[in-house]
Design a protein around this ligand. Structure first.
Ligand code: DLL
Length: 432
């Protein structure tokens, strides 16, 4: 099923033409309504009329998170406050949050985008969705909530946390769709196991996971634990929230809502736009956003785009799994390491749980990487030779994939901290 056949199956030529028309309108509106952008354009020596082709987008300077911080809270808004109907903020943990505003039209567009992702994942009006993202300034819960209502599904607005209650509601209210971060879905499944709740006793059939990355191996693990088909979706509050892109059940990457977002991939060092298929930093320009209409927003997320046809019939370009962020790519002894690489090694190995943490520190002048891995079974801790064999096996696999000698520490079950939101997989102690 396709939610909006016209928008999602357009020819590439028509998509590009529509994007150009909307881009030109957006650029002109932004230039006239947001003093920050008028100044940026003046400094770059350009005017809106210089944007005549999609490639001309490259003439426009990037917008970065600090631009939002410098204009905190409402400085980049494109409409008077009387037209703003909702305010959200980024889930950033340091400093002031980045604040975003939505007009009625923005909320409508956002719901439309999310409705498409839900349909891609197989959701319909028949479904009941348990939303286990935190309701609040974070965009995850409200974004999925409005999308679900648009599709006509019933929403259980659980919010995150209180895991035992989540599981009680899951048994009693019989939701068919689970919405959460992948790490929280994993944690909930551990608690379900402890409480003896079997997946067969639940009605879940779909999981829609997002707000943080997870590997293909983790997807399979979640599918197995819950007995669901899991899809992933992507977005960020600065450009709306969830709804930028989502996977269909063919799992060929996340279909981008290209009639609302232009996605470029750039070389993070030089800022140069890379051709389709090459990996770099994701840059997003929303082309129908009124509340806070950002141009060329640098996400720091690393991925690639592909426009090959997907069997689902959609023609939209697809964003591949986010490999990591330019700011969570660890450089250890000069080697680039993403937590997702470690995850792909650990998942699927027997005797260990899918919970892990990377601890980076400095020993003298050299970096040191410790990978903490949780055991499934506490009894293994008493069997030294088996434990040592497992540790060596993980060490060897990590060395092959990372090209790096990492210390592997096997820790007892449930000893790595769980969260109900985005997981903290890296502890970098080098700059403390
Ligand atoms: O996390 C929006 C969202 C909510 C998307 C729910 C999907 C589902 P922020 O809190 O502003 O917004 O964080 C945005 O989260 O730049 C990525 O680094 C990361 N992120 C979001 N989705 C994915 C994903 C929401 N599927 C930041 N894979 C983004 C990897 C993701 N990273």
């Amino acid at each position: 099923m396709i939610w909006n056949t016209e928008a999602e199956t357009m020819s590439r030529k028509d998509i590009k033409a529509l994007q150009l028309a909307k881009l030109r309108e957006t650029v002109s509106r932004v230039y006239h309504c947001v003093p920050f952008y008028r100044k940026r354009f003046d400094e770059a020596g350009i005017i809106p009329d210089d944007i005549k082709t999609l490639e001309d987008l490259q003439k426009i300077p990037f917008t970065v998170k600090d631009d939002l911080r410098d204009n905190y809270p409402y400085g980049l808004f494109g409409v008077p406050m009387k037209d703003i109907v909702r305010i959200h903020a980024s889930s950033g943990t340091t400093g002031k949050p980045t604040v975003v505003g939505y007009t009625k039209n923005d909320i409508e567009m956002w719901s439309e985008c999310v409705a498409r992702l839900i349909t891609m994942a197989g959701g319909t009006a028949e479904d009941i969705a348990q939303i286990s993202f935190g309701y609040g300034l974070f965009t995850g819960a409200f974004g999925l909530h409005y999308g679900m209502e648009k599709v006509g599904a019933a929403v259980i607005p659980m919010s995150a946390g209180n895991t035992e209650k989540q599981l009680m509601i899951m048994q009693d209210f019989k939701p068919t769709i689970l919405i959460s971060t992948p790490s929280y879905a994993l944690y909930m499944s551990e608690v379900a196991q402890e409480l003896g709740i079997k997946k067969e006793a639940l009605s879940l059939r779909i999981g829609m996971f997002g707000a943080e990355g997870h590997t293909e191996e983790m997807r399979k693990e979640l599918e197995k634990r819950w007995g669901i088909v899991a899809t992933e979706n992507y977005g960020l509050s600065e450009v709306t929230g969830p709804g930028v892109a989502g996977e269909c059940t063919y799992h060929t990457g996340m279909h981008i809502n290209e009639d609302y977002f232009i996605v470029e991939i750039i070389d993070p060092e030089t800022g140069e736009v890379l051709p389709d298929g090459e990996t770099g930093e994701v840059v997003i320009t929303p082309i129908q956003k009124e509340g806070i209409p950002l141009l060329r927003y640098r996400t720091k997320d690393i991925s690639r785009i592909d426009t090959e046809k997907c069997e689902c019939g959609r023609t939209t370009a697809r964003l591949h799994k986010i490999q990591g962020r330019t700011d969570d790519m660890l450089i250890i002894k000069g080697v680039n390491v993403f937590p997702s690489q470690v995850e792909s090694v650990l998942l699927g190995m027997e005797q260990i749980s899918p919970q892990y943490q990377l601890v980076v520190s400095k020993k003298g002048f050299t970096d040191d990487l410790e990978v903490k891995v949780e055991l499934q079974d506490i009894e293994l801790l008493e069997n030294f030779s088996e434990l040592e064999a497992l540790r060596k096996k993980i060490h060897h696999k990590l060395q092959t994939v990372l090209g790096l000698d990492a210390k592997v520490s096997l820790v007892g079950p449930k000893s790595i901290e769980r969260t109900s939101g985005k997981a903290k997989r890296v502890l970098d102690l080098r700059n403390l």
